[in-house]
Design a protein around this ligand. Structure first.
Ligand code: FMN
Length: 341
């Protein structure tokens, strides 16, 4: 039987002056979408783009890729890697964008969605949704300073009003954005309430640039439903791509998944992290990953708690080996107690 979902997901998509080979992308995630995780994802493939962790625009001009924990990449991933930046000053954002372009990234993503207090108190991230003129000025200034694709990732706003999101989307397009990633939740919302997917359809209708829908796509069925309901051009997957890094390959390439993939993949990440981070940072990042990975299993809490208490990577590896000695029972949907962190 023809896999219609895979057929759609493998359709090329034009973004600005470039084309991507697939419609599924990795959403930007701090402390999860790092260089080691991206190497893990790249080995499976099946995505159109990967988005980096959020980088401070003010810091980028001073960052050294050899020593930075965030502004870091492998040369092989540059053709499909988008660097996300956060900030509130148009000139600072443009300077960072110019360095990102010079480094050879596929594109730049402007973070207008982060609702963390430390970011919003500096008028950055989702705080910019309260200042649409400034947000549009950032898009325009960045657009004028680079020729690579400029993406904007944003949320509904600070009130549950889809018309405000539609207005923002139009402003971003008019200011020169090449694509939008829309996460239809209000800014103060963590991830507990479901996102309003119908708003993605409204944003898609309002602009002619590609729109990536985002939020709570956990299964093939979710993916099909979001595409059908909203007509979006692609989907940005966050937590589920961390929990199952092969998900892009599974949905778009028909990768057949065996139960062994879980243990093998977690062990592989435990090998990759120390190649790029010192022991403390590597262990911290593995623990962050473990929260989402453990959500796959019926006894995920048990696995997560043991990993959380581990003092080093070797201890983590032996916990993994013992947990995966017998094949653990999977949950149908991820365990939300772990996932909603
Ligand atoms: C731990 C974590 C860190 C995140 N960091 C960022 C970030 O730095 N920039 C950003 O735009 N979104 C960030 N997000 C939001 C995700 O990109 C995405 O919008 C959200 O997780 C919903 O998608 P999902 O349901 O597929 O996970 C983060 C999400 C999580 C869970």
């Amino acid at each position: 039987m023809k896999d219609r979902l895979a057929e759609f997901l493998n359709r090329p998509l034009i973004i600005g002056n470039r084309t991507i080979s697939g419609r599924l992308v990795l959403a930007p995630m701090t402390h999860l979408g790092h260089i080691a995780m991206r190497e893990l994802l790249a080995a499976f493939g099946g995505f159109g783009l990967l988005f980096s962790e959020m980088c401070s625009a003010g810091r980028i001009p001073h960052e050294n890729r050899e020593t930075s924990a965030l502004f870091r990449w492998r040369d092989q991933e540059l053709p499909y890697l988008v660097c996300q930046i956060v900030g509130s000053d148009p000139a600072t954002m443009a300077r960072a964008a110019a360095k990102i372009e010079a480094a050879g990234f596929f594109g730049i993503d402007l973070n207008f969605g982060c609702a963390v207090a430390a970011i919003c108190s500096r008028s950055s991230g989702a705080a910019l949704l309260k200042q649409p003129h400034l947000a549009a000025a950032i898009v325009k200034t960045v657009r004028q300073s680079v020729s690579i694709p400029v993406f904007v990732k944003f949320r509904t706003g600070w009130q549950d009003c889809p018309l405000a999101a539609v207005d923002l989307a139009r402003r971003f397009e008019a200011a020169g954005a090449d694509a939008l990633t829309f996460h239809p939740r209000v800014a103060p919302d963590r991830r507990s309430r479901p996102p309003r997917w119908e708003y993605i359809g409204m944003v898609k209708q309002a602009v002619s640039i590609p729109v990536f829908g985002n939020g709570n796509v956990f299964s093939r069925a979710d993916c099909i439903r979001m595409l059908a309901l909203t007509g979006c051009d692609g989907i940005a997957i966050g937590r589920m791509a961390v929990a199952r890094p092969w998900i892009f390959a599974e949905w778009s390439r028909g990768l057949s998944v065996t139960p062994r993939i879980y243990g093998d993949t977690a062990l592989r990440l435990s090998e990759l992290l120390p190649l790029y981070f010192d022991e403390i940072r590597a262990v911290r990042r593995f623990k962050k990953f473990a929260l989402y990975f453990a959500a796959n299993f019926r006894f995920g809490h048990y696995l997560y708690t043991r990993i959380f208490r581990a003092s080093d990577m070797e201890a983590i590896r032996s916990i993994l080996r013992s947990f995966f000695q017998t094949l653990p029972e999977l949950t149908l949907r991820p365990n939300m107690n772990l996932f909603n962190n």
